[in-house]
Design a protein around this ligand. Structure first.
Ligand code: GDP
Ligand code: MG
Length: 163
């Protein structure tokens, strides 16, 4: 039995970039999957020797400010319920925003099993954001660069116990 990882976090932090890196061309079109809307993309992920299911929370990007909070809450809660573990992604370059705190609160309330990842961590521009990420109270952030494929060994190490 494999496990399911949900990638959650506010728009533009790099969730889909990581999803695509983990899934490559093995994307299972959500249309084929009962109960999964187009706002949750599911794929067969590969990371080193690990094989698992990954869920990308999409569909928040087009939401207006008005509807964003409710939609993102519902989507995230759904993804958390489907997953064994959540990768909560923040942007190490931007630092922690109030919206990130809202996501952290959702995850805490849901008692989710969380891996915290500070993405866009390549280079020095990420140092401040990495330190800020500790303040979320979700443990040590993994310094990740979804775009450049950095930090994936640390992600692997945190996922290994679930395999
Ligand atoms: P999502 O909205 O959370 O799914 O974010 P996307 O995956 O669509 O990425 C948002 C933007 O961040 C895109 O322009 C990506 O190219 C960029 N991005 C993603 N990962 C990284 C990274 O590791 N480093 C940098 N510098 N940019 C990244
Ligand atoms: Mg996306």
């Amino acid at each position: 039995m494999s496990f399911t990882l949900a990638i959650v976090g506010r728009p533009n932090v790099g969730k889909s970039t990581l999803f695509n890196r983990l899934v490559g061309k093995r994307l299972a079109l959500v249309d084929d999957q009962p109960g999964v809307t187009r706002d949750l993309r599911e794929g067969a992920a590969r990371l080193g020797d690990l094989r698992f299911t990954v869920i990308d929370t999409a569909g928040l990007e087009e939401a207006t400010d008005d509807s964003l909070q409710g939609r993102m809450r519902r989507l995230t809660e759904r993804a958390v319920e489907m997953a064994d573990i959540c990768l909560f992604m923040v942007d190490a370059r931007v630092g922690i925003l109030p919206t990130d705190e809202i996501f952290a609160e959702i995850l805490r309330k849901k008692n989710a099993n969380v891996i915290l990842a500070a993405n866009k961590a390549e280079g020095r521009a990420a140092e401040g954001g990495l330190i800020e990420a500790w303040g979320l109270g979700l443990g040590e952030p993994i310094a990740l660069s979804a775009e450049h494929g950095e930090g994936l060994n640390d992600l692997h190490a945190q996922l290994m116990p679930l395999a």
